[in-house]
Write a protein that binds this ligand. Structure first.
Ligand SMILES: C[S@@+](CC[C@H](N)C(=O)[O-])C[C@H]1O[C@@H](n2cnc3c(N)ncnc32)[C@H](O)[C@@H]1O
Length: 322
């Protein structure tokens, strides 16, 4: 993942050798068999194997937990290869850590668990065994290889569960979508439920559980890294804004390139992330440092989520508000 030849317009975030040394000093590492205090890990990237520290983390510290675990696929994460297995073996793997992760959730907390179609029946089962399942979001991904003998895989599931069905935080107003109006209907000469703006005709809508407005990070996006399964900031922003109050705490036990922590920071939330690969931890730290001066989340602006391909309108809107 170190420096390599890249095209000029390629915005992928990478680490130089010096940066690796610099950022590795910012990472938190825990020795085994020590109880860990929340004040030691708040707003930190923890570079440990989850299994080595899961019994020593503080209970009930998180308002929101976002989990993007290895899916039931064979995948190389910078030297560590997760192996695809049977549904029952994958379920055993989930059962070895998921209930403990739930114990880190506050009594009114929420949890999201990501996966693909192959993992999803095990994911549903583990969610139902440990939480109240509220919904399943389907995210239509744009990228992905086509196959000659099968349908191209272009969707993922995000399971949504809460500890207490009668008391959980859900701020739907903060995740409204700004959509282009295809047929601008008027009543008495005035727009009905839409607005004519300098950028075009738009309607603000409440979000559904089908998300088709988010693309996977790619080389020309400033959030992109070389992590093989990086989640888009826009996707995580929807989970955090709706599921965690300002200054609340978001926890991600499989942090990867740091997306959850970075978005939490950009949206004024506290964060804790665990990732066993040191290089990914350093990338996360670099992204966190970049967020000191740039809180932009692509596709989210003026407090609303814009449709795909509205970059021009977003830029115009920003110019007007400056
Ligand atoms: C699907 S990726 C998460 C990607 C992340 N959402 C992002 O946006 O970059 C899963 C991550 O979990 C890490 N991982 C797998 N097993 C782990 C373990 N036992 N402890 C800590 N990290 C682990 C892998 O190194 C990988 O980076």
């Amino acid at each position: 993942m170190a420096e390599k030849e890249r095209a000029k317009r390629n915005k992928t975030i990478y680490l130089t050798e010096n940066e690796h040394i610099y950022f590795s000093k910012k990472i938190y590492r825990s020795e085994k068999c020590n109880n860990i205090r929340i004040e030691d890990i708040l707003n930190k990237t923890i570079n440990n194997d989850l299994f080595d520290i899961i019994d020593y983390l503080p209970k009930q510290f998180a308002d929101l937990i976002v989990i993007d675990p290895p899916y039931n696929l064979t995948k190389n994460f910078n030297g560590f290869t997760f192996k695809s297995s049977s549904k029952n073996e994958y379920l055993d793997y989930l059962r070895s850590w998921f209930p403990k992760i739930v114990s880190f959730l506050k009594p009114n907390g929420s949890l999201y668990l990501c996966g693909d179609w192959k993992s999803t029946s095990a994911l549903q089962q583990i969610m139902e065994e440990n939480l109240n399942v509220i919904n399943r979001i389907t995210w239509q991904r744009e990228k992905g290889r086509g196959a000659l003998n099968n349908w191209k895989n272009a969707m993922e599931d995000i399971w949504f569960g809460v500890k207490n069905i009668k008391d959980y935080y859900f701020n739907v107003e903060s995740v409204k979508q700004k959509r282009k109006v295809i047929a601008p209907y008027k009543e008495n000469g005035k727009p009905k439920d839409w607005e004519a703006t300098a950028e075009g005709n738009f309607r603000l809508t409440y979000p559904s559980n089908f998300w088709d407005d988010i693309s996977i990070p790619y080389w020309s996006m400033p959030e992109n890294t070389d992590h093989p399964t990086q989640k888009p900031e826009k996707l995580i922003a929807k989970l955090i804004l709706s599921g965690c109050p300002e200054n609340g705490t978001v926890f991600d036990p499989f942090l990867g390139s740091g997306t959850t922590s970075v978005v939490a920071k950009k949206l004024n939330r506290q964060y804790v992330g665990i990732e066993m690969n040191e290089e990914y931890c350093c990338l996360a730290e670099k992204r966190l440092e970049l967020a000191d001066n740039n809180r932009n989340i692509q596709g989210y602006s003026d407090g609303v989520f814009w449709e795909r391909n509205t970059a021009l309108q977003i830029a115009e809107s920003k110019k007007r508000n400056w």
